[in-house]
Design a protein around this ligand. Structure first.
Ligand code: TRP
Length: 362
């Protein structure tokens, strides 16, 4: 997969446009969806595959599903995960059957985490975090890959639907751990259709598109199964706070984690790259270079729900009547409030985990 170059958000829509063309994606038709959420309205969800089928299922109140996977390797999640969960929640709120799986097999194969570690971490943190971000636990089916025999059976069945060369063409490389993980993931993506033949959507980042292409190829080659082609939607990446294109685990100061302490939020935002000018006089004369402003991106992606409010801030900042210190103050205030709320909900969700409706297969 080619890297996606989007350090400056909206200015580089041309690159997302290129991604759409290069990968043969559909632009996301926000208007086809009822009450599009913040991410859809702002074109942060910018593309996907098979989206008409999903919009139609929502409009006609037909069954469909939304599915996502937890990769239980990291100790914490970040704002990118939050975007995916907001999408899952949107579909859940619009009638989708919701599936959340813990990719413990993939974690063991590809990331050298034992199944037990992966499981415990998911129970102690990731699942409660997803609930804290808004998923309704009563309406969500959770499962562990390692316990889901049907998913494993699908993975085996799919293993002869693709050649090594095709795999290489899709993924760029083909080591055994990747092959197993990808086939298992295809099993996850299609698993809900074993119970009910219905369309389904996988909201994710465009870096995951190879998995969707694989699953769709497998559907084409498994006629007897009569699967419906799975759909997907892709979000833009929020640039790192220092303006770097890719979030980097070795630079934790450059992205916001969940949870994160107030003092650390403040520090990170205060150090972030902004579009403020060198002197106040210059700032007033030229206005902010918003396209370089990571704090504004944070407001746009995550912190300001109301479009008009965002528009007002954009206007004053660009006109130079609002200074970058003010933008930072707003971001710190909102993010701190969000985080306090998240932690409260996380605590509550942790108490719930024992009572969740896990699908168990033993
Ligand atoms: N590969 C995904 C990740 O790295 C996890 C995953 C496994 C997944 N199965 C899935 C994601 C099915 C979406 C759908 O995060």
């Amino acid at each position: 997969m080619k890297p996606i170059i989007d350090p400056y958000g909206s200015e580089l829509i041309a690159d997302y446009q290129k991604l759409i063309t290069d990968f043969g994606l559909e632009p996301f038709p926000a208007n086809a969806f009822p009450n599009p959420n913040r991410l859809m309205r702002r074109n942060i969800i910018f593309a996907g595959r098979g989206l008409d089928a999903i919009a139609k299922a929502i409009r006609e109140h037909k069954p469909y599903y939304v599915l996502t996977g937890i990769m239980p390797t990291a100790e914490k999640i970040h704002l990118g995960t939050k975007m995916v969960i907001e999408q899952v929640k949107y579909y859940q709120d619009h009638g989708a059957e919701t599936y959340v799986l813990v990719a413990d097999l993939e974690a063991a194969a590809a990331r050298e985490v034992t199944l037990d570690e992966a499981k415990n971490r998911a129970l102690a943190f990731h699942i409660p975090a997803y609930i804290a971000l808004g998923l309704n636990p009563k309406k969500t089916t959770f499962y562990f890959q390692s316990e889901n025999k049907q998913v494993m059976h699908l993975a085996y069945e799919f293993s002869h639907k693709i050649t090594l060369n095709e795999f290489r063409a899709v993924y760029g490389n083909a080591d055994p751990a990747r092959i197993l993980s990808a086939l298992t993931q295809a099993g996850d993506i299609l698993y809900p259709q074993l119970a009910k033949r219905m369309p389904g959507i996988i909201p994710t980042g465009p870096d995951q598109d190879p998995h969707l292409r694989l699953a769709r190829d497998i559907v084409r080659r498994s006629r007897d199964r009569k699967f419906i082609m799975p759909s997907s939607s892709y979000h833009k990446f929020m640039p790192a706070l220092n303006g770097a294109m890719k979030m980097s685990k070795s630079h934790p100061e450059s992205y916001v984690e969940l949870p994160e302490e107030a003092s650390s939020i403040k520090k990170k935002i205060n150090r972030a790259l902004t579009g403020g000018r060198d002197t106040l006089e210059e700032h007033k004369r030229l206005g902010a270079a918003i396209e370089k402003d990571m704090v504004f991106e944070l407001l746009k992606f995550h912190l300001i729900e109301d479009d008009q409010e965002l528009q007002r801030i954009h206007g004053s900042y660009k006109a130079g009547t609002m200074a970058s210190g003010e933008i930072k103050r707003i971001a710190i205030e909102r993010l701190t409030a969000f985080m306090a709320d998240f932690e409260k909900k996380l605590d509550a969700a942790r108490k719930l985990v024992d009572r969740l409706g896990f699908v168990r297969f033993t």
